[in-house]
Design a protein around this ligand. Structure first.
Ligand code: ACO
Length: 334
């Protein structure tokens, strides 16, 4: 049995936070943000929208496009660093409730911006083992809920959104997800961290006053490791599977920063038109960034049935991973 990537869907919140808006909130400028990151605007969910609301809408679209009946979904996994609730219930459980899916395994994973690649690895393993037939995977983030909008080093980077996919069993090897590599190194944990509200710094007045509930990042140090690791990842997975870079139809790296994506793309010699680049309009949406970018390309007709996609991600942990995936869904029709 093989695992096939059947469909993609996304949800993009309506509210737009521009660089000009941020100029009024912190000491920054549109010029600095565009030059250092390529980001022009990002989306922010409504106050009454939870991460599971974003994930639910992306999931509905992915299920509809998969042409698989919703009752056939037998596992739901959500990757998020901004869950509905700190410990429980899981965001995946909340999404299952909204979808009306009962009695299937639903749980979250924590792999920061590499979340969607980790999900691919999980879904592939469950389907190939025969344990599950139709796995719904979701990367959903309301990152605005863990951002300090007085901290210019993080608030300019991140946005909200969600993407989802259905991974299904197939006997056709031509449809199979080819390979997923994923890894982590906790020695870098403190460079990209939400220090508060866990067991190390529990929810207490002093910790909240110190703003430990918000994300902190040593951006410059993360940047260097990100470029190196993202490049190494791609070389490794292509070599392992004896696939030449020229065979890849679409390179879809995590959208953290234009400079990171561009450095990796150029090092690997992927043509500009074969590389996803959505960071200008969405910012960094962590686990949602790859499926949101993939959905845009799909709706633009740039990902079609049989196309070979190469995913590449890097994030807090540190975590990283890459995936070689054939798109096995139907072509987009509006
Ligand atoms: N506006 C204006 N100036 C700023 C801003 C801002 N928003 N932020 C920082 N600066 C200043 C700094 O204070 C510093 O000033 P100084 O030279 O006087 O000290 C100067 O600009 C340069 O700061 P750097 O941090 O060195 O800027 P850099 O070029 O590295 O860009 C950035 C920062 C955009 C954060 C970049 O390092 C980056 O993209 N890092 C990687 C992010 C990433 O990939 N994260 C991984 C995935 S995310 C996840 O897993 C959740």
């Amino acid at each position: 049995m093989y695992a096939a990537f059947r469909s993609i869907g996304s949800y993009i919140p309506q509210n737009i936070l521009t660089n000009q808006d941020l100029e009024k909130m912190v000491d920054t400028s549109d010029e600095w943000i565009v030059k250092r990151t390529g980001i022009k605007e990002r989306r922010i969910a409504n106050a009454d929208e939870a991460t599971s609301d974003l994930g639910y809408k992306a999931a509905l679209q992915a299920i509809e496009r998969s042409e698989i009946d919703i009752t056939e979904i037998d596992m739901i996994v959500c990757a998020t660093l901004s869950p509905d609730y700190l410990t429980m219930p899981s965001t995946a459980a909340m999404i299952s409730k909204k979808l009306g899916i009962k009695n299937v395994m639903a749980f979250d994973i924590s792999a920061a911006c590499t979340g969607f690649v980790y999900l691919m690895s999980l879904a592939k393993a469950f389907v190939e083992s025969g344990a599950k037939k139709n796995v719904l995977i979701i990367g959903a983030e309301k990152i605005s809920s863990i951002i300090d909008y007085t901290d210019r080093s993080t608030c300019i980077l991140f946005g909200d959104g969600a993407g989802a996919a259905v991974i299904s069993a197939t006997e056709d090897k031509n449809e199979a997800i080819i390979d997923v590599l994923a890894s982590a190194d906790g020695n870098f944990g403190e460079l990209l961290i939400t220090p508060g509200c866990g067991s190390v710094n529990p929810i207490r007045e002093d910790n909240v006053n110190d703003k430990l509930q918000y994300m902190k990042m040593a951006g410059n140090e993360v940047f260097k490791v990100a470029v190196k690791t993202l490049t190494k990842d791609v070389i490794e997975i292509l070599k392992k599977n004896k696939i030449d870079a020229s065979e890849v139809d679409m390179f879809i790296p995590h959208q953290a920063n234009f400079r990171i994506v561009e450095a990796v793309r150029a090092k690997l010699n992927f043509p500009v038109e074969k590389c996803a680049m959505t960071v200008a309009k969405y910012g960094n949406t962590s686990s949602a960034s790859i499926p949101m970018a993939m959905n845009d390309l799909y709706e633009e007709g740039k990902i079609k049935n049989g196309d070979l996609m190469l995913l590449d991600a890097f994030g807090g942990g540190f975590t990283w991973g890459s995936a070689l995936v054939r798109f096995a869904g139907k072509n987009f029709s509006s």
